[in-house]
Write a protein that binds this ligand. Structure first.
Ligand SMILES: [Zn+2]
Length: 158
């Protein structure tokens, strides 16, 4: 397996949303609620406990930090502080049970390939997309909801 980095949204973004209840950059109102489904927090990459965890829905540019052209969409974070997912950890175990789309991009937001993973076996797909293309990074999205989940970069890139 190639060395990879799991890139969740920055802690500063999660903290800004919690403090202001507004989307960073856009300023759109954010929405706080008790979780009604087991979607993942984009900061700790753990799934919400339905009926218990409080979460905030806000607008986020899924190309933050890698591309000048934005593509905003809805994402959740825990309403209370949570630890950011470690970049050197492996694929988030709590996300294996849900359908995710893995998109391979070259800088310039050029989509090179995409794979729909339904069986939780992400590593072979990640390996194939990085090895078989000039991909600079991968975007992981929810296949069923379409929302951005997190980014994967080559660990050797930095
Ligand atoms: Zn969280």
């Amino acid at each position: 397996m190639l060395p990879i980095r799991i890139v969740a949204i920055p802690t500063e973004v999660a903290e800004a949303v919690r403090a202001t209840l507004r989307a960073p950059v856009y300023g759109f109102p954010a929405h706080a609620e008790v979780a009604t489904n087991a979607a993942p927090c984009r900061h700790c990459l753990r799934t919400f406990v339905v009926g218990k965890d409080r979460r905030i829905l806000f607008t986020y540019n899924r190309f933050t930090g890698v591309e000048p052209l934005p593509q905003p969409g809805p994402v959740y974070v825990h309403a209370d502080a949570c630890p950011r997912y470690a970049e050197d950890a492996s694929f988030p175990e709590e996300l294996r049970g849900s359908q995710r789309t893995v998109e391979a991009y070259a800088l310039g937001r050029r989509l090179l390939a995409q794979e729909y993973v339904t069986d939780g076996k992400f590593e072979p797909v990640i390996e194939k997309l990085f090895a078989g293309s000039n991909a600079d990074y991968l975007q992981i999205n929810s296949t069923t909801a379409g929302c951005f989940t997190f980014r994967i970069e080559r660990a050797s890139a930095q």
